[in-house]
Each structure stands twice: as C-alpha cells, then as structure tokens.
Design a binder for this molecule. Sequence first.
Ligand code: MN
Ligand code: MN
Length: 468
Amino acid sequence: MKDEKTPIEELREKLFAAPKHAALRMEEEEIERAFEWCEGYKDFLGSYKTEREVTAYAQKLAQKNGFEEFDSSKSYKSGDKVFFNIKEKAFILTVFGKRPLSDGVKIAAAHIDSPRLDLKPNPLYEDLELAMLKTHYYGGIKKYQWATIPLSLHGVIIRKDGSKVTVSIGDKQGEPQFVITDLLPHLGGEQAKRSLSQGIKGEELNILIGSLPFRSDSGSELVKLNILKILNEKYGIVEADFLSAELELVPAMPVTDIGFDRSIIGGYGHDDRVCAYPAIMAAVDCPAPEYTTVTVLADKEETGSQGNTGLSSAFLQFFIEDLAKTQGLEGRDVLRASECLSADVNAAMDPTFPSVHDRLNAAVFNRGIVVTKYTGSRGKSDTSDANAEFMGKLRKLFDDNGVVWQIGELGKVDEGGGGTVAKYVAHLGVDVVDVGVPVLSMHAPFEQIAKLDVYMAYKAFCVFYNQK
Ligand code: MN
Ligand code: MN
C-alpha cells in the first residue's frame, strides 16, 4: 500500500536538493558489485605504494590491455590505445575516440604520489650503537602520527656505474620493517607541553634500522659499518650511493576492511590512489569512446606539482600537442575544446571534528563522489573555479547515468584550504573541475574511504569517458 503524498511533501520533493546515502540510491545488485570491485582496489592500494610503483603497474596493465607506446610520427584510428611514460614517475593512457581531436579530449587527472618520508641525501648515522636514517618529510603531514608505526622502504638507487637498483622492503610477509621511536609517557612531560605540530619535530623523524655491530675489537661506528655491509651485499651499494637515490618510507600497515559491515577501507595513500585506480580502470575498460580519452597519473601533487613529473610542468601540454600533430592539428585547438576531471580526494566530514566544515557544503561518506567547484584559500585564491556551464553539463551527465555525487568544499571559509592539479590543467585553457572520493584522516599514515564512494568514482570516470 502506498501512501498518497501531501501537497507539501510533493512541493518539497520538487524544490529541495536532497542528498542521500548511496546505498539508498543503488540497486542491491549494484552495491554487491561495488563491494566486489573494491577488492581489486584493495589489492592495488596494498601493492603499489609510490609514484614509481604505480607507474610501473599502470604500464604493465596498459600493455596487457593492448596499449602501445605513443609515437607522434604515427597516425592512429578510433579504438587505438597508447601510453606515455614520464620519467617512470608519471604516466598517461590514451584511447583514441571516434571523433576528431578537434572536438577536444576528455581528461581525467589523478596524482600517484602520497605524503611520506624521503631519505636525506646523506641519511645514515650511528648513535648509541643504533643505526639510524635521517628523513625529510614529503607533503603535508602531522608528524606525530608517523612515530611508532611500522614503515617500509621503497624506491631506487643509482649506483656509481649508472646501474639502477629497485628497493622494496618491509611490505611482504617476513620482511623486516622500520620505525620512528618516541618518548615513553613517563619521561614525556616536557614533550607533552609542545604544540601538537611540534610533538615530533622534523629533525626527529629518524628511522631505526639496526643495532648489531660488525664484530671487531677496534674501530668506531661498527653498527653503521655492519648495516653498510648488509646493504652492500643485498643491493651492491656504498654510502655515497644514497646521494643518487630516491628512497621513500611509507606506512607498512596492511590494507583492511573497517567496520562490522565492511563498508570502509583503511590503508595508506588513498590520497590519491583512490582516484588514480578508478581512472586507470575506466581507461582500460572503455574500449572505443566517442571522444579521445586522456588519463593522467601525475607525480608531485603533494608538494605543489612542481618539477618535471608534476602537472605544473608542460608534460601534459606537450603530450596533447603531439597528439594533435597526429591529426594535423594545433595542440591549442585541441586543448580549447577539451574537458578535464581533476580527480582528487576531498575531506569527508568527521563526526568527531565537525566544526572545521560548513555542513551545507561539506562532503560526507557514502554520498558518492564529491564535485568540488573550487579549492584554494583566503577568498578562492590559488584555485580554478569551475565554470557554471561545465558544472551544469557534468551534473546532468552524472544524474542521467546513475552516478551518485555530492558537492563539497574543503572546509569552512578561512579555516585553511588546499589545492589540486585543477589549476594547472585550467592554465591550458581546458574546462576543469575537481571530482573525487571523500577521505577521513586525510594524509594520516592510515586513511579511510567508503567503498561505495570509490565505486562511484569509477562509474563517474566511465560515464565521462563514454559520453556522446
Ligand atoms: Mn590529493
Ligand atoms: Mn593530498
């Protein structure tokens, strides 16, 4: 039996915006499918933790799916798939569409670097017969969160002879891990008087890596010597090789379901692999789009997108110019007609800390992907504010295709703020808006996202790529 709606209920339904839990807007079968799909994401999140590892993964997956290395001297037809590798730290996947490039391309740009601790160029020392490594943190972190958690070490070392060693230790079963020590509370009285941001200071982010001496009756720094001997045997390196290395310490906690209902995923580096993974999958799953698609996996977002693997560099512009060349076009004509989803996470409202958000304009878990019209701070400074026309188009596209979405600002006005790659893509003349997954505990060593939200990100990228 269905109750008749009262006139006021009808009017309310017609006029009010009514954001709703994704689970109440999806068929049961789709919810199941979403949870299943997330198992692939969990594997990815736990296995590829750095920009280099994600790049290598993306290239392997692309090749398995028929993508070939892009060659600007070739000509391509609809359905052809190419990839472009930027210094092994950023990556582009492109599927050629039915329409000419003069109609523009559809870009989804996520970043694949996450906050972490980088080794300093001269990191190794011994003190109190303990071997330690000095770090310099990368991206915005609350430093106190990184002490007394298991860490793993990832990256590359270029030896003096030019050869490259790839390092990954601490994440596989049975491998040793590393840790930053902290004071015991009994002696932490003075430390407790520090401000939270100084709880652990930058120069206190030192990594414990060993305690056994090289067995000898004479000589100093025998623990350091013993560690270098182990490193030399394992990787063929000497101390000076740290200078030509990029070694990153990342949290080594396993990826896991959170909650009795298993609706949430906890893990390191959801920001922004929770957007990168659905974007990669959309690129791979979308065989012959109407428009050419360009999936960008960028590095260096967490430090401001500077450097030649970050999106403030010209790598995307030059790639589009090279694409344009294959059809005898100018890059700028392609860019002018193009659209981009800047795929990055936004802050989900935390019931324990709601005061930093404006409830009317904050993202919450499970209401789908967040569309963020602008980021920035201090009166919309340092951001790209998406055009109403593009917002309107996107809104219709998502609504017509069952993408559950919500709006979100990054916190209250003047509460803080942040930025994404959106402004760098906007700089090229492309229509761009931020779209992404809401995250709890963002930039912590162990972040949380809701399964239905990341699934909706995947659906959103597919819909964006498949639009007519
Ligand atoms: Mn991000
Ligand atoms: Mn971030």
